[in-house]
Design a protein around this ligand. Structure first.
Ligand code: MRU
Length: 312
């Protein structure tokens, strides 16, 4: 199954807001619909956003205003702007050239995820590994297989996976809804844990590695990823557990010198005072909702891309 693709003249994508209850594919014909799908997280995850950005330029039919709006639909994952730029660079060649460039972004992502899976699995030592992860970095966050969860899948295929501990990932529950769904489909043993249990379980021992994805890696290695990643990095450092970032080269942003320059999306209070549409805080409660945090490079043991392993 592909999470996002170009089919018969339209973008097709899995509506991730409906999982795990329903597997529904949306057909998207306009940039406006695609921006709306990106902003409500029907399509999400840095590599998938890169492909959405590239395919969206085909839908934009050369309209610079629409292309700019698409590029800015979400600010933190650099892959979105990167994908838009990759396709938009071919606007002079006409629609067919833009489409070919966008399909190459899709195909490169598939190849990159497979390569990251192999390289990440090669990097980790041990036979029966217990992996902790946050958010969703699987096939749903890319076109196929994904980044950190792609490494998990490769470990599982090699018979080297003991268990995955998946953080539920409040407020939008990508871990509880999406990562568990993907792990169940691949037949990989897993347990869901509360976000706040992560550092405690690392301290208790028995976790072999933390594997996470990335939305933007600054030039100095500081890495923005789903909120909660920084707490896991601190817990991993204290427990002596390797903390490994798995992301394609397209997530590395040489134009951003360090983490403090990364724009962190704040998605507003609504997602915090409610859980799946049910209000859990008193009416009128103020809330802040940073969707990502930044892990300083000195807490990262290695960054695995499709081309290399970057160490501190
Ligand atoms: O808000 P989301 O669900 O788009 O956030 C996604 C993440 O933080 C992922 O960890 C990241 O994009 C890497 S996905 C392979």
């Amino acid at each position: 199954m592909r999470t996002i693709d170009w089919v018969d003249g339209a973008v097709e994508l899995v509506d991730q807001t409906l999982l795990p209850d329903k597997l529904v594919t949306l057909r998207i014909h306009t940039v406006g619909e695609l921006i709306e799908a990106i902003q409500r997280l029907a399509v999400r995850g840095a590599p998938a956003l890169g492909v959405a950005g590239a395919l969206g330029v085909v839908l934009a039919d050369g309209d610079p205003g629409r292309i700019a709006a698409l590029r800015a639909a979400r600010p933190t994952a650099v892959n979105l702007a990167w994908g838009v730029d990759r396709a938009a660079a071919h606007l002079n060649g006409g629609r067919e050239a833009v489409l070919a460039a966008a399909l190459k972004v899709r195909d490169d992502d598939i190849a990159a995820c497979r390569a990251m899976g192999e390289r990440g699995a090669d990097l980790l030592e041990g036979d029966r590994l217990r992996i902790m992860t946050v958010c969703n970095t699987g096939g749903l966050a890319a076109v196929e297989r994904g980044t950190a969860l792609g490494v998990v899948q490769t470990l599982h295929e090699r018979g080297r996976l003991a268990e995955v501990l998946a953080l539920e990932t409040r407020p939008l529950l990508q871990g509880a809804r999406l990562t568990t769904w993907e792990l169940a489909r691949m037949g990989a043993p897993h347990r869901l844990i509360a976000d706040s249990a992560g550092p405690y379980l690392l301290a208790k021992g028995g976790v072999d590695a933390v594997l996470i994805g990335a939305d933007r890696i600054a030039a100095n290695g500081d890495t923005a990823n789903k909120i909660g990643s920084y707490a896991l990095a601190l817990g991993a450092e204290r427990a002596g557990v390797p903390f490994v970032v798995v992301a394609p080269e397209s997530t590395i942003d040489q134009g951003t010198p360090s983490g403090e320059h990364i724009e962190i999306e704040d998605r507003g209070p609504g997602e915090i005072v409610t859980v799946r549409g049910v209000r859990v805080a008193p009416e009128g409660t103020q809330a802040s909702n940073p969707a990502f945090d930044v892990t300083p490079h000195d807490l990262i043991s290695a960054i695995v891309t499709e081309q290399r392993v970057i160490r501190p």
